[in-house]
Design a protein around this ligand. Sequence first.
Ligand code: ADP
Ligand code: MG
Length: 266
Amino acid sequence: MSRIEKALEKAVRLRESDRGDESLKPDISRSAEARINNNYIVTVTRPESPAAEEYRRLKSMLIKETKSDFLNAVMVTSSLNGEGKTLTAVNLAVTLSQEIDHSTLLIDADFRNPMTHEYLGIEYENGLSDYLTGGIDISDVLIKTGIGNMVLLPAGSAVKNPVELLSSKKMKALIKELKQRYMDRYIIIDTPPVLSCTEAIAMGSFVDGVIFVVKEGRTGIKTVEDALNMMEGFNILGVVFNSASISDLDGDYSYYYYKYKKKGKE
Ligand SMILES: Nc1ncnc2c1ncn2[C@@H]1O[C@H](COP(=O)(O)OP(=O)(O)O)[C@@H](O)[C@H]1O
Ligand SMILES: [Mg+2]
């Protein structure tokens, strides 16, 4: 190799190392413009509303809690179904993706009741379950949503063995890989509830932290305690009190109130 060729090769290498691990990142070529017409996705439909403001507060708390070691893989769960996990995960992902410094990957790991794509109004072919059962590449299941820097990894085809798939080594490796490849990216994972399914418990050790959603006025203390006991050892970053207090200000929409509370503090 001539000196000029060597110099050129070195320049290419330097350019590549400048881009960090860019070359390792999967190509996110798929995109599906989100079409949100669900009023619960307040961060999009009513960004000025008090509820949207609460999600921005939740985001700020999360960034504050996680910034020292950038604990960027966060699972959203609750004791029971219907407490607002998915709404919290989607609204949080939307507000995070509006941050200049961060992008967001929202993963739908609730194979029993996948809802993220419904709330976002996104149609897709393959998702996480299809990737985990094999045969397709991760770049085939990551979808740019058109909302800020937000990418969706939807749940995928219905499967009979959600626990096995979500607790598998392949799932663990996927989260690790996505975490390492996107150092500035928050990974928000929507999961099934801890008391009726075991997926969230299995995935708890794959993530950096947990946001626990409690629907106020619906879920009793004993239920919450049972769920928290099941998550012993997990890094609970905070609890979201999600309460549908229907104090309708303009006669058209219900308003909801979310509070974020760091565990152990008032
Ligand atoms: N803060 C809220 N205000 C009004 N309705 C809510 C609120 N949170 C949840 N809901 C209702 O509960 C349903 C289930 O919410 P979702 O986030 O899908 O629950 P989960 O994922 O925990 O099963 C929503 O479609 C909505 O009808
Ligand atoms: Mg849900």
